[in-house]
Design a protein around this ligand. Structure first.
Ligand SMILES: [Fe+2]
Length: 356
C-alpha cells in the first residue's frame, strides 16, 4: 500500500474571510471562494479547504475546540490499495465511506482522517545552485530573482498526541508509514511510503509542558523552492501584518538538525495554529536508518536567536541509530493519565515550541 502524501486538509474556522485572506497572502493559489468556504490548490494538486464551523463536511464530533485543521485526507495511489487500507482500518476502528469512495476514520489518539485515491500532479520546482569559495556551480550566473512566494506541496502536518508512540504505530500498522527519527520524549517523525520527504507527519508528546492534554492540531508545513523563497514569503507576510508571536524570542528563520529543513512560521488567524514555509529538507527512501536524538541536540542546527533551552555549549551530542526502536520503550503509554516528563524536557516553555 502506498500513500503519496496529504491530498487535502480541512480547516474548521469561525471567520472564513479572514482565513482566506491569510492563505492568499501566504501564497496559496486560490481555486474557489464563497462566503462559506475557500479552496486553495497547490502545484502538487494538494488542497487546503477552509470551512465554517458546523459545515457538514467537517468531522463530527469536533476533535478539539476552536479553529484548526480538523481532518487530514491522505492520497492513496490506487483503488486497490485504498481497499486494502480500509479493510485494515475497519478491523480496529469504525470506518465510513462517502459516495465517491473516500474513507473516513478516527485514530485512537483522536485524529480524524480520510483517505482517497489521488492523482498527484508532477510540478516544476527549482532552487538556485549554491556557490562556495572552492566550488561554484552558479558560475557566471546570478541567483533566481523571485517576486512572490508560492508553496508547491504540503510537506507535513503536526499534531499533539496523548500517546505519540501509539499514534505512530497505528499509522505504521494500517498505512505503512515509515519510522524516520525520534526526538526522545518530544515526538516521532514518520514518512508516508509513497513520498521521499523526510516526514509527512510528526506527533508531539502531550506530556510536554508546552502541550495541551488532548489531541490537537499544531502546524502544517509547505514545500518551498529554497531559502530565498522562504525569506521572500516571510517578508511578504510581515508586510501584510501577519506575525508569529510565539516566534518572537527565536527570531524567525532557523534550520533543524533533524530533517535539515529551513523553516519559518506564521500564526494563522483565530489561534488556529501555524503555517510553515519549509525548504531544503532531507529526502530519503527505505535505505534510511531511523535515529533517536536528545531533543535539544536534534532540534536546531542553527537559529538566529535560539530559545533559551537550546542555547549553550552544554547540549550533549546525542544521536544513536535506532532500527530496533529501543528508544520507544521509556515513552510507551502503559498507564492512563498524564505521564510526567523528566529532565530538560520539563523545562520547555512556549517560546521553545517551534524549535522541537
Ligand atoms: Fe514542521
Amino acid at each position: 500500500m502506498s500513500i503519496l502524501g496529504v491530498e487535502s486538509v480541512l480547516f474548521g474556522v469561525a471567520d472564513v474571510a479572514e482565513h482566506t485572506r491569510f492563505w492568499t497572502d501566504f501564497g496559496l493559489p486560490l481555486e474557489s471562494a464563497s462566503a462559506d468556504e475557500a479552496v486553495f490548490r497547490l502545484a502538487s494538486g494538494s488542497r487546503v479547504i477552509v470551512l465554517r464551523h458546523g459545515d457538514a463536511r467537517l468531522p463530527s464530533p469536533d476533535p478539539f475546540p476552536g479553529d484548526g485543521l480538523k481532518e487530514t485526507v491522505w492520497g492513496v495511489d490506487t483503488a486497490e490499495n485504498l481497499q486494502t487500507i480500509a479493510a485494515s482500518l475497519a478491523a480496529e476502528v469504525p470506518v465510513t465511506r462517502d459516495a465517491d469512495g473516500t474513507v473516513h476514520a478516527v485514530c485512537p489518539d483522536g485524529q480524524p482522517l480520510a483517505l482517497r485515491v489521488w492523482n498527484k500532479r508532477a510540478f516544476h520546482s527549482e532552487a538556485s545552485p549554491v556557490n562556495t569559495p572552492a566550488s561554484y556551480p552558479r558560475f557566471n550566473q546570478h541567483r533566481i530573482w523571485r517576486s512572490k512566494a508560492v508553496p508547491k506541496t504540503i510537506n507535513h502536518v503536526v499534531f499533539f498526541s496523548p500517546d505519540y508512540v501509539g499514534s505512530f504505530e497505528f499509522y505504521e500498522r494500517h498505512f505503512g508509514f515509515r519510522y524516520v527519527d525520534h526526538s526522545k520524549g518530544s515526538g516521532i517523525f514518520a514518512r508516508a511510503g509513497g513520498t521521499y520527504e523526510h516526514h509527512s507527519i510528526f506527533w508531539v508528546n502531550c506530556d510536554l509542558p508546552i502541550a495541551p492534554d488532548h489531541f490537537k492540531f499544531m502546524h502544517i508545513a509547505f514545500g518551498m523552492d529554497d531559502i530565498d523563497e522562504v525569506m521572500l514569503g516571510a517578508n511578504i507576510m510581515e508586510r501584510k501584518g501577519w506575525k508569529n508571536e510565539s516566534m518572537n524570542s527565536s527570531g524567525g528563520i532557523s534550520r533543524h538538525r533533524i530533517s535539515s529543513a529551513i523553516y519559518y512560521y506564521c500564526d494563522m488567524p483565530g489561534k488556529a495554529g501555524e503555517a510553515e514555509y519549509h525548504a531544503d529538507t532531507d529526502y530519503l527512501d527505505d535505505n534510511w536508518v531511523p535515529r533517536a536524538w536528545d531533543f535539544r541536540f536534534g532540534s536546531l542546527l542553527w537559529s538566529n536567536n535560539a530559545p533559551p533551552i537550546f542555547r549553550g555549549d552544554n547540549i550533549p551530542w546525542d544521536m544513536a541509530f535506532d532500527a530496533d526502536r529501543a528508544s520507544f520503550e521509556p515513552f510507551r503509554k502503559d498507564r492512563p493519565g498524564k505521564r510526567p516528563v523528566e529532565g530538560k524536557l520539563s523545562e520547555l516553555t512556549e517560546d521553545d515550541e517551534h524549535a522541537l
